[in-house]
Write a protein that binds this ligand. Structure first.
Ligand code: ADE
Length: 245
């Protein structure tokens, strides 16, 4: 079963509309919706904003519901000049930029006993890229795709100094508030993951209003890409479709 997470209701809505949902279970104030999409057994959920919400949801997906891979989708702020609004960013790495043990001589983002940059699953990255290419040619959208490092922290970034620092310190191309937590939990549990984000703003002073303005359209594109990805991914085992939650 594939877990699909978004931070916000708006980012998840199309998945709920298009999937065939069977039942829903509430745990830890999160509603997990079970169903099928493009022949895959899936569980859909909105985790809420920030790293703690994302970590709780991810661990529950793994422990209680036994997902075998996780896709996180939603919006992100662009950090580099060549990334424009509506472009797609696929994580090859995630980093939690706000972990700071520099007082002990560690590098920003370094978590003891974990890698500083957490790697997303290469097959999922490849499949997300391919899905983007198909979606782009089918829908004739102008967006480009960038596979790169996504910086994650518990702040909505809207200042140019921070943008500069995230680029130079981590080589990050986009910033958001959940992917690093999903990555850490997945790495610690050996579960493949990928983060697929659409750029809603360029993390500058006007980022908050741009973010709100982008929500609906952006969510259509991310849904389209993930749907395409599911169409292309092999279906593991049809028996999963009837497995008990
Ligand atoms: N998600 C979308 N835009 C963002 C930003 N500027 N900072 C953090 N998370 C975001």
């Amino acid at each position: 079963m594939i877990g699909i997470i978004s931070a916000l209701d708006e980012e998840l809505q199309l998945f709920l509309d298009k999937a065939d949902i069977g039942k829903s279970i509430v745990q830890s104030q999160i509603t997990f919706h079970f169903g099928t999409l493009e022949g895959h057994a899936i569980v859909l959920l909105k985790c809420g904003v920030g790293k703690v919400n994302a970590a709780i949801a991810t661990q529950l997906l793994i422990d209680r519901f036994g997902v075998d891979s996780i896709i996180f989708t939603g919006m992100a702020g662009g950090l580099v000049p060549y990334i424009k609004k509506q472009d797609i960013v696929i994580s090859n790495f995630v980093v939690q930029y706000d972990v700071d043990l520099t007082a002990f001589g560690r590098r920003p983002g370094e978590i003891p006993e974990l890698s500083r940059l957490i790697e997303a699953n290469p097959n999922l990255i490849k499949s997300a890229r391919k899905a983007f290419d198909t979606y782009k040619s089918e829908k004739s959208i102008k967006s480009n795709v960038i596979v790169g490092t996504i910086a994650c922290g518990d702040t909505f970034v809207s200042d140019s100094e921070k943008i500069q620092w995230l680029q130079t310190e981590f080589g990050a191309v986009a910033v958001e508030m959940e992917g690093g937590a999903v990555g850490q939990v997945c790495q610690m549990n050996n579960v493949p993951f990928v983060i697929i984000r659409i750029i809603s703003d360029v993390a500058s002073e006007t980022a908050a209003s741009e973010f709100i303005f982008s929500l609906e359209d952006a969510s259509k594109t991310t849904f389209g890409i993930v749907q395409q990805m599911l169409k292309q991914l092999p279906i593991k085992d049809k028996r999963e479709l009837f497995a008990k939650a």
